[in-house]
Structure formats: C-alpha cells, structure tokens
Design a protein around this ligand. Structure first.
Ligand SMILES: Cc1ncc(COP(=O)(O)O)c(C=O)c1O
Length: 444
C-alpha cells in the first residue's frame, strides 16, 4: 500500500526507455548519474530534452506540465521570449567580464527598490553562497561565532547550513531541537556553533536565544518555510523574534531564496517584518544560476573593497552578465498585476487540491502561500519540522511517480509553484491528475 505500485513503476519505465539508457551511461561518470540530489528519484529520473512555456519534454518525447519549475525559480515558465531574448542579446556581447556591468547595478537597484530592508546588495552564483555570506556578514559585524537556525530549515549546502535539516525521526532529541550533522564528518566545531530552534514556538526560542545571546551573531530563518510545505511563520512568532533579536543585538537574517516570489518585497513585505539581512536567489536570475544577499547599509558596507578591513567576497561568476540580463528581464515582468494573479491562482490551486483530497476522504492537508503549494499525505496539520515528519513518505513518492505517468511534474515532496503563464485550466489539469493518481494509489 502506498509505495509506487509495481504498475505505476512499470508504466514509468515503459514510457522512458531512453532516459533509462542515459541514466545507465551517466552513472558510469557521475555518482548516481547527476550532480544534484533533487534531480534524482527512484527508479531513475527522466532526462530533460527541452522546456517550452509550462511544459518540459523528456528525451522520450513525454510532455510534463511543470509545477517543479526548477525548484520555483522559473517564475515565467521555460524559455520565456523576453528572458530568452535578453540572454541571447547579452551572449552575443560576451558572457563574462572581470569588470562590473550596467545591468548588474540595474538589477541591484530593482531589488533595493522592491525590498526596502535591502539598502545594498551583492550577487553570488547560488542561494547557498547568499546565505553563507549573510552569515559571514553577521559574524563579522557582531564578532560573535554562533548562529541560530530553525530545526528542519534548509539554507543551502554549506557547512553551517548542514545542521538539523533532514534529521530522521529516530535521531531527534525528544527534549527539543539539538544540532545534528547532515553528513558524517561535519566538524564538531560547526555543530558547536549552531543553535537549533523550534519553529513557531516563541517561548522556547526566547529561552534559548536569551541564554546564548552573548555568543550569537544571528538567527537565520525562512519567513515561509519551504521544507514544511511553504508554511508561513505565525506573524506573532516573526514579530517576537524580530523584537528579541533587536533587543539582544543579534542580527536577523531572512532566507528569501524561495519566498521572494510571494510579493514584490518578498515574504517580509507580506508578513510585515523586516530583517537586518536577506538572502535571495531563484527568480532573480531569470532561470540562470544566481544568489544575492543584502540588507542594512552598515552591514553590507563591510564588503566594500575600498575599505582596508573589507570582508573578502569574490566569485568568478558573481553577477555574470548573462544572469543579470535574464534577471532584469524576469523581474521587469513581475508587475503588481502579475503578483496579484499569482496569488489568486495559488489560492485556487490550494483550494482545488484540498477539495479533491477531502472528497476522496484521503487524510491530507494542503499548505502554502501566494503561488506556492504543498500536499502532505497522512496528516491534517503541519506546524513545524516534527509534525511534517509524520507525513506518509511512501504515499508522497507514490503520488509523485503516479503524477509523472499523468504528465505532471511536481517536486518529489509533492510541493510545487505556479508561474505567470499558469492558467486556471492548468490548475484543473493538476487537480484532475491528483484525483486519478490518489484513487489509483489508495486502491493498491
Ligand atoms: C530556502 C533556500 N535557501 C537556500 C537555497 C540554496 O540555493 P541554491 O540551490 O541556489 O544554492 C535553497 C535552494 O533550494 C532554498 O530553497
């Protein structure tokens, strides 16, 4: 029951013979056949051939209605003509210079205008580098070594973010969040300098933060936690953490690598709480590799290379002009009307999915905000990492594979996002596919 059924897996493998062959070839040269954890699933991933609008096509000619959208980054879908044109025009002029470009400043200006807490920004090539540098800024400014993060929060793949992200249920400390390494060999020194907090529990967070304040450089968190199904923090929780960190001289970093797409000014605008520093990524690069971090002028000025004591920040591909041009074209299309439409359709998607699940009398809850949604099977509430862990993982992967057979691509966690080209009929297609797959899965 609820594992990808033999029939579902057989259907998938029968429809993807060329992908299967390419996977076998790739495994000879790449561990697992790829370079990205999220791009692998059992029995093997399809190999992408091209993307067009809301669809991605695999090498066997199968077409998938794409709500994965490269982990929410393709907010205008695949190969949007405006973004493609910007990339082509820039490519013809050169793809990289070790000199600044006008378009870099234009994109930074747009970020600063849209996100008022961002007075100055710097670009990186990934969200991982964005959170890493925001943390570095906080440490340098406060002279304190420790950081605090939420249990189950994902902030990229650098060492200090690799603590208590996917801790298995049987390794959790029943007394409350405690630092746990994501992989063997993570130095004890890293674990000793990360404090782990429970989400949405202000009282518990306050006790820990007050106790550690003298050593604590920052609290880093997503205002809308992606790994909990795009779960927004309780407004009182965010306000409480903001007040507390300000009182104690601890800096507050919001990781908006995903949640920036919830409003022109990100989730901080939507939820009404401004951090000291913000990490960004995904949509701001128009689909190309990107990250950015920004915030209070006095914190960001630490990176000014004109200062003798500047924090070094280099990167061969930082602010590369292709990404800047694509990001500029993508953000320009994100008008207030576009956000309003994404919000409306996101609400519809969540409501329709929940209605299907309720009608089928399947225990499941749909969470999310704005253009983001997630289905959690086997539970009817998510409040934090520990409640999310109670979800039915086998049903989740069964539905993921079943949806591929229906020509619909979600994240493997059965979460997804909409793009500015998503239509009401795309949402109906999604809901109808979920209905068929859940009916099939529940009856095996
Ligand atoms: C919330 C959050 N922070 C940071 C990152 C890391 O970004 P990147 O994959 O660009 O390194 C991600 C990526 O999924 C993310 O979702």
């Amino acid at each position: 029951m609820n594992t990808p059924s033999a029939a579902e897996t057989a259907h998938y493998t029968a429809s993807t013979p060329r992908s299967r062959k390419l996977q076998a070839h790739a495994e000879r040269y790449l561990p697992g056949g790829s370079s990205r954890g999220t791009a692998h699933w059992t029995p093997y991933p399809f190999f992408a051939e091209r993307g067009e609008g809301h669809y991605v096509f695999d090498v066997d000619g199968n077409r998938y209605l794409d709500f994965m959208l490269n982990a929410t980054s393709l907010i205008h879908g695949h190969a949007h003509p405006d973004v493609t044109r910007a990339i082509q025009e820039q490519a013809a002029k050169g793809v990289a210079f070790s000199a600044p470009t006008e378009v870099q400043a234009r994109l930074a200006e747009m970020l600063c205008e849209r996100v008022p807490s961002v007075e100055l920004a710097r670009f990186t090539s990934s969200g991982t580098e964005a959170t890493m540098n925001a943390i570095r800024a906080a440490r340098a400014f406060t002279g304190r070594p420790k950081i605090a993060k939420i249990e189950g929060g994902y902030h990229g793949s650098h060492d200090f973010a690799s603590v208590s992200v996917t801790t298995p249920a049987d390794s959790l400390d029943p007394a409350g969040p405690a630092p746990a390494a994501e992989f063997p060999g993570l130095p004890q020194g890293v674990l000793d300098n990360v404090v782990v907090l429970p989400f949405n529990d202000l009282e518990a967070c306050e006790r820990v933060i007050r106790r550690r304040a003298d050593d604590l450089a920052c609290v880093i968190m997503e205002p809308v936690v992606s790994s909990f199904g795009y779960l927004p923090a309780e407004p009182g929780f965010l306000r409480g953490i903001r007040g507390l960190t300000r009182e104690l001289g601890v800096l507050l970093i919001f990781d908006e690598v995903q949640s920036l797409r919830t409003a022109p000014g990100g989730a901080q605008e939507r939820l009404g709480v401004a951090p000291d520093l913000t990490a960004m990524g995904k949509i701001i690069g128009g689909g190309l590799p990107v990250g950015a971090f920004g915030g209070r002028r006095d914190l960001m000025e630490q990176f000014d290379p004109q200062r003798e004591d500047a924090i070094p920040h280099s990167g061969t591909f930082n602010a590369n002009p292709l990404t800047m041009a694509a990001g500029d074209a993508a953000l320009r299309r994100l008008t207030p009307d576009a956000y309003e439409r994404l919000d409306r359709l996101g609400g519809q998607a969540r409501a329709k999915l929940q209605a299907v699940l309720d009608e089928l009398e399947v225990k499941a809850v749909v969470t999310g905000i704005a253009s983001l949604f997630a289905i959690h099977f086997g539970i009817d509430e998510v409040t934090d990492y520990r409640s999310k862990l109670q979800a039915d993982a086998a049903m989740t992967s069964a539905v993921f594979i079943g949806l591929l057979n229906e020509g619909v691509l979600l994240q493997q966690s059965c979460a997804g996002s909409l793009s500015t080209i998503t239509s009401e009929s795309d949402i109906d297609t999604l809901a109808a596919a979920v209905r068929r797959v859940v009916q099939r899965t529940a009856s095996t």
